[in-house]
Design a protein. Structure first.
Length: 128
């Protein structure tokens, strides 16, 4: 395997692990939803072009930086309810493909449900 491919794979894995680690600060339901979304997105984008991969990784890097900043702010001010996320700009929303808008809508619906429809287990938990 050429070095550049190995380096790219290493970069993707590092970012993936970093995001899952950052999700540890999220409320439990959002962590579960976020972890599943990240896993699905990274799996779905395994076979994309180099240009798409660069854009994909840049957007996830931006997300990781934003989440790190919000986690740091939350640690400094533990009296308030955690405030995670950001609003999309009109430019970013208009740049999305129809499929992405649909995914975003489904994610929003799932994240704003009042009663969660899934069970959350830590990675260390197991059923016997």
């Amino acid at each position: 395997m050429p070095g550049s491919i190995r380096q790219h794979i290493s970069q993707v894995r590092t970012l993936y692990k970093k995001i899952l680690q950052l999700h540890q600060v999220l409320p439990l339901e959002l962590k579960a939803l976020g972890d599943q979304y990240v896993k699905d997105e990274f799996r779905r984008h395994k076979s994309i072009s180099l240009q798409e991969a660069q854009h994909f990784l840049q957007e996830w890097e931006n997300y990781a930086m934003m989440l790190q900043q919000q986690a740091n702010q939350h640690e400094q001010n533990t009296t308030n309810q955690p405030d995670f996320g950001a609003h999309l700009t009109k430019e970013k929303l208009n740049a999305l493909r129809d499929e992405q808008v649909g995914q975003l809508y489904e994610l929003m619906r799932e994240a704003t449900k009042t009663k969660r429809q899934f069970s959350v287990l830590d990675d260390g938990d197991s059923k016997h």
